[in-house]
Each structure stands twice: as structure tokens, then as C-alpha cells.
Design a protein around this ligand. Structure first.
Ligand code: NDP
Length: 450
């Protein structure tokens, strides 16, 4: 049998290689397709990037670790989950990317997230490589003590592969301040070191101001820049948001702050529609409901007498749609509904929430669409700022960090415009992919075939 190799630098050959080498990893395949559809034509026009082995190396993680996570539940039963860390690309700096705890987690999902993270981190302009990790553990139906025991066991193994200078994880779905705290505590105990090995920490022990808000706030700063290109601004626009977790909550907060009216939010069971808009008080209720009570969004509808349906929030009248929950939540069907309802802008708070078909429908219908690697990069950007503060034993003010976040998001927007402008339209997907690619590829070429 022959070696499996890339035949040529066409999209078909690249996708064939990925499919053959990663059977069953459909999310990873999808992420590669999304990036390569725009990057391959660029490579064709730029000889430098046709160097042998470059694309194969870009598609292969530097390292993928899978490990056993044994823990004890509240009934004294021994349970076992699977842990992952994919260190995808360190051309630009130490691996950086969150940890996801959700039953759907598998190697393909973590690989797609780590691949995306590589380009996202490149776009931030900070010296960060790309990685991602997590477990198929579901913290949602567990007690605090169970979550703590799980996090301690997870970190007992993960610590072998991370450090403040090599790989710095953070949060993602199912991993918030509570989980970060337990993991940081265990790392400190095992190494007897107090270092910035993980970001998203509590403010009392090395966390950065604005980290909690950063992904949602950054998303809105980016959307505002998008709308300024011919659609005014976010002020006065109607917004629908999916999810009601970290990203969704702070996207909602900043949207309200910038004068928009948020009418819909959701969780994995269903969505609420509040025609009067979610104001600050109602949002505080959602934060308490989701973060402290770990309740369901349905309770919002009961409290504020609004609509609740066991469907996604994409069937409501809105100017701006912000998917902030999970991958592939907007398929061709939802995209057609959004187009029918005359949505102006779709910007991804989540990672890969739109399918390839959905993106095509949105773009062909004139909806301005921007991918998560650009729009949700605010989270990792502030994580990068947290690393800088930790390394220098500093704690910057809220305003200082927020101002830097605004600047970073504006800079990312500019890069997308630079590489994505086609006549009178901006193709944000193309712009983000090419801008992200150039920096990583240049660094890889400079560092040789490693
Ligand atoms: P959280 O766990 O805080 O919240 C996730 C939200 O999405 C919850 O409301 C959850 O509902 C909902 N959800 C999860 N899975 C599904 C599903 N299959 N269908 C519908 N709803 C679902 O996660 P985050 O807010 O941190 O992350 C949300 C997205 O943003 C993810 O794609 C993540 O990768 C991405 N992201 C996060 C960053 C961060 O800084 N946190 C940074 C960049 C990207 P329920 O409560 O019912 O589970």
C-alpha cells in the first residue's frame, strides 16, 4: 500500500487527504473545507505558499493527547471519562485555546476547534499558537463536589502537557470560572507553582478584568464595525441571540449598551421571544438563572410573560442574528428563514455555528456574514492579555483592558476588509481565512520543515 500523500494543491485533493486520514471526523473536515475554499485560490496566486509539505503540516496537529479521567460520583460509584488536548500549531507562540466539557466532545470536535483556534489566534496579532481540549464529561447535572473531583482528576493528567510557556488552556462550553478555579487549584497543588498556566481565572487570583465579558463584548465591537460599512451602526437594530451562556450573556449586555434591542435568547431546550426587548434587569435575571441556579431559559418566559418555544431562535424578525451556542446550529433551513425575515447581518459568537451550505445561502442573498475565527476572537485576545499581566505580576483596570479589546477587534475587522474586499462587497470569511493563514504560514516557512 502506498503512503497517503497530498496529490496536488487543489481543493479536491486537500479534502480527499483530510477525509482519508481522518475518517469520521466530520467537524474537522468541515472546518478544513471552510478555510481551504478561500485559501486555495490565494495559494494559487502566491508561489511562496506552494512550498512542499506546508499544507500537509498545516492540516496535521503537532500533538494530540487522549487520556483517561477517573473520578468518584456522589453515590461512591467510580466513573471514567475521556480527556483530550490537541496542540495544533505553535508557529506563532505557545498553544492557546479553551477546554470544553460536554457529552458531545470527541477527538474530531477538539481537532476542528484547535484548527480554527490557530487562525483565530493569528488574527488577534498576539503571539499565540492554537490548541483546544476538553472532555465528554457533562458538568450540568453534577454537584459542585463532583465537578471539583472531576476537574482535579482531569488536571492531574493534563498538567503533564501544559505550562505557562508551552500550552495555556482556558474555558469554553461547560467550563466557566468554577471549573477553571478547581483546575488551577489542582495544578498549583501538583506543581507547587503559582503561574498563569490557565486563563479565565477569578479576579482574586490572577484573572484579567473583562475576560468574562470579552468574547461577547468583542463580538459586538466587531458587528458594529461591520454595520458601519453601509448599514449605520448597531444602535437601533433588533438582535436575536442563541444560547444563554457566557458568550450570549455578554453579547446581549453589550448590544443593549450600544442601543440595540435584543428580542430572543435560548438554551439547548428552546428559546424565548420578548418583543419588548431584554433590558438590563431582565439580563441580570438570566445571568442569575444560568450561572447560579443552573436553570433553564424557559423560566424567563414564565417570569416575564413572554413567548417560549422548543425551537431555535432564528424564526423571529431581527436585523442581526448572533449564534452564540454550538456548532452547526444554523443549517440551510435556518439560513433561508433568516433571509426570508430580511436579516442584515449574521456574526458568529460560537465556533462554526453555520454549516457550509448556510454560509453560501447567506452570502448569495447579500447578508453580511462573518465567521467566528474573526468575530469571537475577543475571548482569546483578552486571555492573551491575562498572560501578559500574569507574567509581569500586573493587574490592569477594566477600562485599560476594554480599550485594548476594542482596538484588537477593530484591527481584526480591518484585516478582514483588506483581504476580503471584492468590488463593493466584503467577504469576511475569505478575509479572515487569508489574513489568519498568511501569518501562520509565514512563520511555519521561516521555521523550516518541523
Ligand atoms: P456556555 O457553556 O457558557 O454556554 C453555552 C450555551 O449554548 C448554553 O446556553 C447552552 O445551553 C447552549 N448550547 C450548548 N449546546 C447546545 C446545542 N447543541 N444546541 C443548542 N444550544 C446549545 O459556553 P460559552 O458561552 O462559553 O460558549 C458558546 C460558544 O462560543 C461555543 O461554540 C464556544 O466554543 C464559543 N466560544 C466561547 C468562548 C469563550 O470565551 N467562552 C470564546 C470563543 C468562542 P444549555 O444551558 O442548555 O447547555
Amino acid at each position: 500500500m502506498e503512503d497517503i500523500r497530498l496529490k496536488d494543491l487543489t481543493l479536491d485533493s486537500i479534502l480527499e487527504l483530510v477525509k482519508t486520514k481522518n475518517p469520521e471526523q466530520k467537524e474537522f473536515y468541515q472546518a478544513v473545507q471552510e478555510v481551504m475554499e478561500t485559501v486555495v485560490p490565494f495559494i494559487k496566486d502566491h508561489k511562496k505558499y506552494q512550498q512542499s509539505g506546508l499544507i500537509e503540516r498545516l492540516l496535521e496537529p503537532e500533538r494530540s493527547v487522549m487520556f483517561r479521567v477517573p473520578w468518584e460520583d456522589k453515590d461512591g460509584t467510580y466513573r471514567v471519562n475521556r480527556g483530550f488536548r490537541v496542540q495544533f500549531n505553535s508557529a506563532l507562540g505557545p498553544y492557546k485555546g479553551g477546554l470544553r466539557f460536554h457529552p458531545s466532545v470527541n477527538l474530531g470536535i477538539i481537532k476542528f476547534l484547535a484548527f480554527e483556534q490557530t487562525f483565530k489566534n493569528s488574527l488577534t496579532g498576539l503571539p499565540l499558537g492554537g490548541g483546544k481540549g476538553g472532555s465528554d464529561f457533562n458538568p450540568r447535572d453534577k454537584t459542585d463536589a463532583e465537578v471539583m473531583r472531576f476537574c482535579q482528576s482531569f488536571m492531574s493528567e493534563l498538567r503533564r502537557y501544559i505550562s505557562k510557556d508551552t500550552d495555556v488552556p482556558a474555558g469554553d462550553i461547560g467550563v466557566g470560572e468554577r471549573e477553571i478555579g478547581y483546575m488551577f487549584g489542582q495544578y498549583k497543588r501538583l506543581t507547587a507553582e503559582f503561574t498563569g498556566v490557565i486563563t479565565g481565572k477569578g479576579l482574586a487570583y490572577g484573572g484579567s478584568k473583562v475576560r468574562t465579558q470579552s468574547t461577547g463584548y468583542g463580538l459586538l465591537y466587531f458587528v458594529n464595525e461591520m454595520l458601519k460599512e453601509g448599514h449605520g451602526s448597531i444602535d437601533g437594530k433588533t438582535v436575536a441571540i442563541s444560547g444563554s451562556g457566557n458568550v450570549a450573556q455578554f453579547a446581549c449586555e453589550k448590544a443593549i449598551d450600544l442601543g440595540a434591542q435584543v428580542v430572543a435568547m435560548s438554551d439547548s431546550n428552546g428559546s424565548i421571544y420578548d418583543k419588548d426587548g431584554i433590558d438590563e434587569e431582565k439580563l441580570n435575571y438570566i445571568k442569575h438563572l444560568k450561572n447560579m441556579k443552573r436553570g433553564r431559559i424557559k423560566e424567563y418566559a414564565e417570569k416575564y410573560n413572554s413567548e417560549y418555544k422548543e425551537v431555535t431562535p432564528w424564526n423571529v424578525d431581527c436585523d442581526v442574528a448572533l449564534p452564540c451556542a454550538a456548532e452547526n446550529e444554523i443549517t440551510a433551513k435556518e439560513a433561508k428563514t433568516l433571509v426570508k425575515n430580511k436579516v442584515i447581518c449574521v456574526a458568529e459568537g460560537a465556533n462554526m455555528p453555520c454549516t457550509v451550505d448556510a454560509i453560501k445561502i447567506l452570502q448569495e442573498s447579500g447578508v453580511i456574514y462573518a465567521p467566528g475565527k474573526a468575530t469571537n476572537a475577543g475571548g482569546v485576545a483578552v486571555s492573551g492579555l491575562e498572560m501578559t499581566q500574569n507574567a509581569n505580576r500586573l493587574s490592569w483596570s477594566f477600562d485599560t483592558v476594554d480599550e485594548r479589546l476594542v482596538k484588537i477587534m477593530k484591527r481584526i475587522h480591518k484585516k478582514c476588509v483588506k483581504y476580503g474586499k471584492n468590488r463593493d462587497q466584503i467577504n469576511y470569511l475569505k478575509g479572515a481565512n487569508i489574513a489568519g493563514f498568511i501569518k501562520v504560514a509565514d512563520a511555519m516557512i521561516a521555521q523550516g520543515n518541523v
